[in-house]
Design a binder for this molecule. Structure first.
Ligand SMILES: O=C(O)CCC(=O)C(=O)O
Ligand SMILES: [Fe+2]
Length: 313
């Protein structure tokens, strides 16, 4: 099932995007409504002949966003970025990657060797150092998620080498207020490295290219016990999304009341078995990232958050 945006809304998006960005960033729908998003098919959004020339050379074509699941909402846009753009975003983090390792247990004492997360990561938190491609990918993510720029956090770039993984987790809490996550895969490993959502509910039926597996049926038991199965177990079944280069995956961690969508939004990264996996992700909070989390305060005062929390043991 495709997930299409209504044409009147898209037309206004076009205008908004066209007014502040170069043509390579504007979207438009071609006359056959079912065709892909095109980065450049509408020359009316090219502002100069130089830009028009760039447009002509541009080959990127977004695939229409495809809905994967409704709870949490997960959708995928393939060919969101070109190979060259993916490389450039990664290179923008050059020399600043640090270990992403997180140990189980607060002080890591009881299980020194059990990593919840391994790999390398960095946050691109110096806008002055962004290249134009990094800047454009961020704007493109804002458009694809329909989120205002001001609620988006800085891009985080992550690399997983062979054996690296990220255990089941959620991206948000009432404090973190990361209502939505956009992940752009920059490099696809030859084997392993799938992004997994073991407990999605309301999976869209029919084959979804690039995703395989079926959701687990034990969400209630997981909720009741608060115990999560080991990563290797959920990597064998559960919904797995291939980290295809240039693919954008968008998912929500909260419902519209601000409640965490649990355990359905739990996800992780299966171990890379061959090659390297790289990604750039942007979390969207529900408040301006430079202001206070007032909704978080309201939610904690009114008890809208479900009391259950996952405590990986
Ligand atoms: O590696 C992935 O595909 C997902 C990464 C992730 O969930 C995170 O960094 O929060
Ligand atoms: Fe995550």
């Amino acid at each position: 099932e495709d997930f299409r945006v209504d044409s009147s809304r898209l037309a206004s998006q076009d205008i908004i995007l066209g007014s502040r960005a170069s043509c390579s960033f504007s979207f438009s729908f071609s006359s056959s409504f079912s065709s892909s998003f095109s980065s450049c098919s509408s020359s009316s959004f090219c502002f100069s002949s130089k830009e028009e020339a760039n447009c002509a050379a541009e080959t990127r074509r977004w695939q229409p966003p495809r809905l994967l699941a409704r709870n949490p909402l997960i959708y995928v846009i393939d060919n969101f970025a070109t190979k060259e753009e993916c490389l450039e975003v990664f290179n923008n983090s050059h020399g600043r990657m640090e270990s992403a390792r997180v140990w189980k247990g607060s002080m890591g004492r009881e299980s020194q060797n059990a990593a919840v997360r391994s790999g390398l990561t960095t946050t691109l938190n110096k806008p002055a150092k962004w290249t134009s491609v990094t800047r454009e990918i961020i704007e493109r993510m804002d458009a694809a998620t329909m989120m205002p720029h001001a609620v988006g956090q800085y891009l985080q770039v992550t690399q997983y080498d062979v054996g690296d993984s990220y255990d089941l987790h959620r991206d948000s809490s009432i404090e973190a207020a990361r209502t939505l996550t956009a992940i752009l895969f920059l490099e696809e490993p030859e084997e392993g490295g799938e992004l997994i959502f073991p407990w999605v509910d309301d999976l869209v039926s029919g084959p979804v290219a690039g995703a395989e597996g079926a959701p687990r049926k034990d969400a209630k038991e997981i909720l009741a016990s608060g115990k999560l199965p080991p990563l290797r177990e959920v990597c064998e079944a559960g919904l797995r999304v291939r980290p295809v280069q240039g693919r954008l995956v968008v998912f929500r961690s909260h419902d519209l009341m601000g409640r965490l969508i649990m355990p359905h939004s739990l996800h992780g990264s299966c171990p890379v078995r061959r090659g390297v996996k790289r990604l750039a992700q942007r979390w969207y909070q529900w408040h301006d990232v430079h202001s206070n989390n007032l909704l978080g305060e309201l939610i904690s005062q009114t008890g809208l958050e479900p009391s259950w929390r996952v405590k990986p043991k």
